[in-house]
Design a protein around this ligand. Sequence first.
Ligand SMILES: [Zn+2]
Length: 356
Amino acid sequence: TPYLVDAFSFGKVNGCEGYFLTHYHADHYMGLTKSWAHGPIYCSKVTANLVKMKLKVDPSYIVVIPMDVPFVVDKDTTVVLVDANHCPGSVLFLFTIKKKGRTLRHLHTGDFRANPRMCLHPHIRQPDNPPIDCLYLDTTYMAPNHIFPAQQECINVVSDLLDMWLSFTKKQDNKKLLIVVGTYTIGKERIFYDIAKRINSKIYVTSEKKRIILCQENPELETLLTRDQHEAQVHVIPLGHIKQEHLKPYLASLEPHFTSLIAIRPTGWSFYPPAAILTKDLSLESLFKQPFAEPKIKINTGPEKVKIYSVPYSEHSSFRELAAFVGSLEIRTIIPTVNVSSLESRNHMESIYGPW
Ligand SMILES: [Zn+2]
């Protein structure tokens, strides 16, 4: 087909008539710059906002595609955008391609956190729709130890943590606890949004982060933002700044308005499942009998004013979610898109998802 997905780093590709972008993360838009002049870029509205604002790409190259309805790309190709449950603006691309009298269906997941809504989508669900001929799959966590919990469970654990902390402190000091959440450029907004709503606080963000959030067209979230550090009990800072040597001076600069600090590091990599619940049998039947891993945070109540907690909040599919997604659809071929640099890794992954 004359189209490419998340492939901007090669510049102009001969024969390519359009470039699709699944979401605004650097490893996917890499190569896309303000001098882009190689052809149309197809993406969702939010991704388009970010590409224009951050990368300054000439808007005449950007084609915004509406969600959930077939969009005609050319006489032989249509595409449907489906929410990828990854970062804001992220989508799956479902291509329907007419070729030599046949109709092919290609599903490209970009980065995604699989959920049942995708398998039940009017244009994906089976048997109403034909099988997927080719699935380009986000295999970030295609290994049986990656069984981190659901996002909502992680959010619940953070809520419990906050309740516990607030119950430790005297009521008049409750407003002196600062909650800091680490994030990348885009993604994991739900963590700080939920905390802020729960404790009825504004959210302090840097001016750059604010510009990025405004691209997401989420009015509820926008109303909570502030640039006043004292007005907000929830602060959002870069994930890389969640360490003691950065947070201690950060708190010191805000004393005595705030007197203690809890920092949240949301990352799927922070989860180590108990060995007892891992199974060697990776068939679908066995995986779905496996108990769910519970998120646990060790509460440490030492005298330090700054406490850091890692939460296994992930915007990629867990191993079990990958199994459920692949197992519930009829798919002819799977092409993994992550951890594919070695043949050994590709073969190993295929030995896992092949039988599903
Ligand atoms: Zn991503």
